[in-house]
Design a protein around this ligand. Structure first.
Ligand code: PEP
Ligand code: MN
Length: 339
């Protein structure tokens, strides 16, 4: 249950209510100081009705509470003046890994030329083999931020471990939580305490319920700036890297207020399949795309097979322009800003 509190409620009053709830056996989470307190197990509000600073209650019917669209209709926020969420479609593009000054500056200049507002690039990479290229670390973050500054881009980069939080915070505008960390619940709670948007990728084995509950971990600690990202799920078939779940886009939008973008690069693992799945995702109602690109894909140090070259990426952008009239959220709204 969501408990709404009057704006002038003091921290002492809130603490008193939370103690009362605890004594009655209910954990509570102050989600939006001082207005919203969440008490997931509470079904009957009568035990706290007597507190005069409570302005209302809302019972949420699903296990995931704060990511549910019963909690709110839409999530809308800005990243340095760029709107994210609701009807906005954003493109995030860049290499899998930051590899060199030349590579990242060339990519940033290209994105700027195409009016893209977000650059991606990993500096600490989750690689299956410890013997593969694992990123340039802090040096990579510095290069990424310098290139982004020069070309007025926002940085999206992955946080692999909480020990790197301060460092990644300092060099990024959006923190990516990769597929492998979607279920790192302690990490997710800690990310609820920071004031930076989180791009939460779907775990490669995650059910929709589990993914939304992962978002609840972040939200219940206070951070509501979340972008979900579908990146494909594992299957039995070695023919494709992952199975890209395009249907999950309208499904999530029928369940949650959180924006959802699609990553057809990891979703397919194949640069030949990326453009068509990118278009399919946008037509399915995605709030944006994350695409891996590289100035010279065959030389990429990670995920070479799935990176688009600049020419193919530009073709995709112009195809998306043509598709614009078909690109609508399935429910009601149309896109007011695109790329
Ligand atoms: C990535 O975006 O480079 C990445 C490693 O993604 P995922 O966590 O989806 O595998
Ligand atoms: Mn990658």
């Amino acid at each position: 249950m969501i408990v709404y509190l009057k704006t002038n409620t003091s921290t002492t009053q809130i603490a008193e209510m939370q103690l009362h709830l605890k004594q009655a056996g209910f954990e509570s989470y102050l989600v939006q100081q001082p207005n919203i307190c969440m008490v997931p197990a509470l079904k009957d509000p009568s035990i706290i009705e007597r507190f005069p600073f409570i302005s209302g209650f809302k019972l949420i019917s699903t296990a995931y509470q704060l990511s549910s669209n019963e909690y709110k209709n839409e999530t809308l926020f800005e990243v340095n003046g760029v709107q994210v969420g609701s009807n906005f479609a954003n493109i995030i593009a860049g290499p899998c890994s930051v590899e060199s000054e030349e590579q990242i500056f060339e990519t940033a200049a290209f994105l700027h030329k195409n009016n893209i507002k977000f650059i991606r690039g990993g500096a600490y990479k989750p690689r299956t083999s410890p013997y593969s290229f694992r990123g340039l670390g802090k040096e990579g973050l510095k290069l990424l931020q310098e290139a982004a500054k020069q070309y007025k881009l926002n940085v999206v980069t992955e946080l692999m471990d909480l020990s790197l939080l301060d460092e990644v915070m300092a060099y990024s505008d959006v923190i990516q939580i990769g597929s492998r960390n979607m279920a790192n619940f302690y990490m997710l709670s800690e990310l609820g305490k920071i004031n930076k948007p989180i791009l939460l990728k779907r775990g490669m084995q995650a059910k929709v319920n589990e993914w939304l509950l992962a978002a609840d971990y972040i939200m219940s600690s206070g951070n509501e700036k979340i972008i979900l990202c579908e990146r494909g799920i594992r299957s039995f078939d070695p023919m494709s890297r992952n199975v890209m779940d395009v249907a999950v886009i309208p499904l999530i939008q029928s369940l949650s207020h959180l924006p959802i973008i699609a990553d057809p690069s990891h979703g397919t693992g194949d640069s030949k399949l990326v453009p068509i799945m990118a278009k399919a995702s946008m037509v399915a109602g995605a709030n944006g795309l994350m695409i891996e690109i590289h100035p010279n894909p065959s030389e990429a140090l990670s995920d070479a097979k799935q990176a688009l070259n600049f020419t193919d990426f530009e073709t995709l952008l112009s195809d998306l322009e043509v598709l614009k009239p078909a690109i609508k959220k399935p429910i009601d709204a149309s896109y007011s800003v695109f790329i």
